[in-house]
Design a protein around this ligand. Structure first.
Ligand code: U87
Length: 273
């Protein structure tokens, strides 16, 4: 009975995503005020600073990094590609994977110009903004695959698509809470993606706090499981991770632009036991 309820919830989430609009989504979340590089309190610079710090502390390393639920965005691997030889991107929707392939192949008409993002991360790295062309080339070389994924399956990617030993690091931004019908499904999904990570590997998890919906396009209201900081810590523990650090960002009023009801963002750095 309970299992059927969960399956229905998961199927309902998948149905919502069929109307996800990558171009609209990029406009809502990845342009000013949410991505204003002249403001320290803007949400995207905060995320980029967390990722930069995590990848330059010296404890994260290895060959392979996998980003879970990449969506149509690349900001989350701009620091990672300086540390990892191979980066694998994943998403549930073909429309998002297509958007990523478009950037990878250097085609015109990408949904968003990532240049200011790359310039900003170069500056965080102590380089001149003009070094962004080198970062773009490095990221294109590092991206080894763009794979379909479903975090609700015990085996989230096709068998054999990733090395059995597991990745050295996982990144996942705003994915699990935006695709799970309830906290139990969120925690299970965290366990599922953990099977892709080697023991001792790191997980960098970014997500929304106390959010109940977001817009995936005009009129596309996608439900989200509202999370508190304590939920995030408990789920990580229950899924076999040791928390290294949890940082929280509170949205300034003018970042609440009507595309969701998020009040804050968490950044967790954890290690698989
Ligand atoms: C990003 N990572 O923008 N299995 O960071 C796996 C699935 C499944 C499934 C759907 C939601 C963004 C939330 C990218 C994309 C993240 N996507 C895929 C959003 C909500 C707060 C907020 C947001 C974004 C699906 C930016 C900011 C804020 C999407 C991805 C979720 N509100 N993956 N079963 N089902 N997906 O295709 O690409 O998950 Cl700043 Cl505050």
């Amino acid at each position: 009975m309970e299992q059927t309820g969960t399956e229905n919830g998961v199927a309902a989430m998948a149905a919502h995503y069929q109307r996800f609009d990558p171009a609209a989504y990029l406009q809502y979340n990845y342009t000013p005020p949410r991505a204003d590089f002249d403001r320290k309190d803007s949400i995207v610079p905060w995320k980029l600073a967390c990722l930069h710090r995590a990848f330059t502390e010296g404890d994260i390393g290895g060959k392979l990094l996998v980003d879970i639920g990449t969506g149509p965005t690349l900001y989350q691997v701009l620091s990672a590609c300086e540390v990892f030889e191979r980066v694998v991107l994943t998403d549930f929707l073909e429309a998002n994977r297509k958007e990523l392939r478009r950037w990878l192949q250097g085609e015109e008409g990408c949904g968003l110009d990532w240049t200011p993002y790359m310039q900003h991360v170069c500056e965080l790295e102590g380089r001149r903004a003009s070094a962004w062309t080198e970062k773009a080339a490095k990221l294109r070389r590092a991206i080894a695959a763009i794979l379909p994924i479903d975090v609700h399956r015990p085996q989230p990617v096709e068998p054999g698509a990733l090395p059995a030993a597991g990745a050295d690091c996982l990144v996942s931004c705003f994915c699990l809470e935006s695709v799970s019908p309830d906290l139990a499904a969120f925690t299970r999904a965290l366990g599922h993606i953990g099977t892709l990570l080697r023991p001792g590997g790191h997980l960098l998890l970014i997500g929304a706090l106390e959010e109940s919906f977001y817009l995936g396009g005009p009129g596309v209201k996608i439900p989200v499981v509202p999370l508190g900081e304590a939920d995030v810590c408990a789920s990580l523990n229950a899924s076999g991770y040791t928390l290294i650090r949890l940082e929280v960002y509170t949205l300034p009023r003018d970042m609440r632009v009507g595309v969701d009801d998020v009040t804050g963002v968490f950044f967790a750095k954890a290690k698989k036991d």
